[in-house]
Write a protein that binds this ligand. Structure first.
Ligand SMILES: Nc1ncnc2c1ncn2[C@@H]1O[C@H](COP(=O)(O)OP(=O)(O)OP(=O)(O)O)[C@@H](O)[C@H]1O
Ligand SMILES: [Mg+2]
Length: 161
């Protein structure tokens, strides 16, 4: 008998509950959320504004607001319960195995840091490219135009050649 990877969920969110403590009381943002996602599948969460789509994504990524409290459930990814793994392990998973495209890129990027640096942060963090490679690849030049030479240099850096 062969092991069927497609039969096992890559991501399973079970009975997830998240609340926020605010000055005017507790906001129950998520209550009993559950879904499964298998390798190769795409899942869209659809709901009205404020229904909890972003909070669900932030909970999976482990980047909930400091005022948030997970009051129930599990988020199992690749057999690991992301709600119980150490932050060092989560930092390895985040950006390598799990990624997020934020809803509003204007506020997701820090306006006082160069964009290239912010894009490279994740690559340098996971050792995909070295800081030196990044500097040679995306650091500003007199011409701000995209450069195929620099792009191919970054690709070579990333592949370790
Ligand atoms: N930091 C916070 N403090 C208090 N309540 C919050 C906080 N962040 C989110 N919420 C509340 O959690 C609920 C879910 O918000 P969320 O941003 O996940 O909605 P959404 O489905 O992504 O909406 P949209 O479609 O507008 O992006 C909302 O009631 C929101 O007010
Ligand atoms: Mg949202």
């Amino acid at each position: 008998m062969t092991f069927d990877h497609k039969a096992v969920p890559l991501l399973a969110v079970e009975d997830l509950g998240v609340e926020f403590r605010t000055r005017s009381g507790t906001v129950r943002a998520l209550d009993g959320i559950g879904f499964e996602l298998r390798r190769g599948e795409t899942l869209a969460l659809v709901g009205e504004s404020g229904s909890g789509k972003s909070v669900t994504a932030h909970a999976i990524m482990g980047i909930l607001d400091a005022a948030a409290h997970v009051n129930s459930g599990r988020i199992v990814f690749g057999g690991l319960d992301l709600l119980t793994v150490a932050e060092t392990e989560m930092a390895e998973i985040r950006g390598r195995e799990l990624a997020i495209i934020f809803q509003n890129p204007r506020t997701a990027l820090n306006p006082i840091r160069p964009v290239g640096k912010q894009i490279a942060d994740i690559l340098v963090r996971h050792g995909t490219v070295t800081a030196v490679c990044w500097r040679k690849s995306v650091s500003p030049t007199p011409s701000a135009a995209p450069s195929p030479t620099r792009s191919s240099f970054l690709a070579a850096c990333a592949s370790g050649s």
